[in-house]
Design a protein around this ligand. Structure first.
Ligand code: ZN
Length: 230
């Protein structure tokens, strides 16, 4: 494989390396395939690899890639055109993800509706039996009844008290108690002080976080129908 920095994005960069493995670009801009790294070697999950003991064009391409540039610091730099191409790939993957979520949630809605309907049918039948057994327990006057198929129990319940008007109830000192003032950490002040002065405050740990990468895809009108199809 030719590895130059002049951005010919059909040939380059076909392989992206990460700690997990390699992403091998598809031919003519098709879907990229992941080849992961494992103790037993390179693993591709494509169809060809499955029927030929792990040998496929993707694994071969990665081997060639590793052989051609053994030191990771010598790996080629991305050109701006390549970066833009990667961003377009990211946009397509986001589209696929959104389509999956959409399709998944439609299926979930259907399943939920089915479950609700089946549920209410079964629940209504259960209610008949429950009513009959409840009445029967009242007639026996017992609070517990052991039967062959299980145990029935009837228990009187404490009344539930709902407070409609808190102020009115609080005016009666019999039903009032004071909760001591609660002390909480002023996190904003703490962060400002620690970041600003670098002082080591007892009782806290400061975790340095890596920078955050983000991206935003520009949606081009032409690509919309394409996204809808896949
Ligand atoms: Zn493969």
């Amino acid at each position: 494989m030719e590895l130059t920095q002049s951005g010919n994005n059909v040939l380059l960069p076909q392989i992206i390396e990460s700690e997990a493995g390699y992403l091998v670009g598809g031919e003519f801009g098709g879907d990229a395939v992941e080849v992961s790294r494992s103790e037993s070697g390179l693993i591709c999950n494509c169809f060809i690899a499955q029927v030929s003991e792990g040998e496929c064009e993707h694994v071969r391409a990665v081997r060639e890639f590793i052989a051609s540039i053994p030191m990771s610091q010598d790996r080629p730099m991305l050109s701006q055109a390549d970066a833009d191409y990667y961003l377009s790939k990211l946009g397509k993957l986001d589209g696929a993800l959104a389509a999956n979520v959409q399709s998944g949630s439609e299926q979930i809605d259907r399943i939920k509706l089915w479950l609700e309907m089946e549920d209410s049918k079964i629940q209504r039948k259960k209610d008949y039996y429950i009513l009959a057994l409840d009445n029967w327990m009242h007639l026996t006057g017992e609070s517990t009844k052991q039967l062959v198929n299980g145990i029935l129990k009837v228990r009187a319940q404490q009344p539930e008290i709902i407070i409609d008007d808190e102020t009115t109830v609080l005016r009666d000192s019999r039903f009032k108690r004071t909760i001591p003032e609660k002390q909480v950490i002023d996190k904003t002040a703490l962060r400002k002080h620690v970041v600003g002065t670098g002082e080591e405050i007892e009782g806290i740990k400061v975790m340095i976080k890596p920078h955050k990468f983000s991206y935003k895809i520009t949606h081009h009108e032409k690509e919309e129908p394409n996204n809808g199809n896949s």
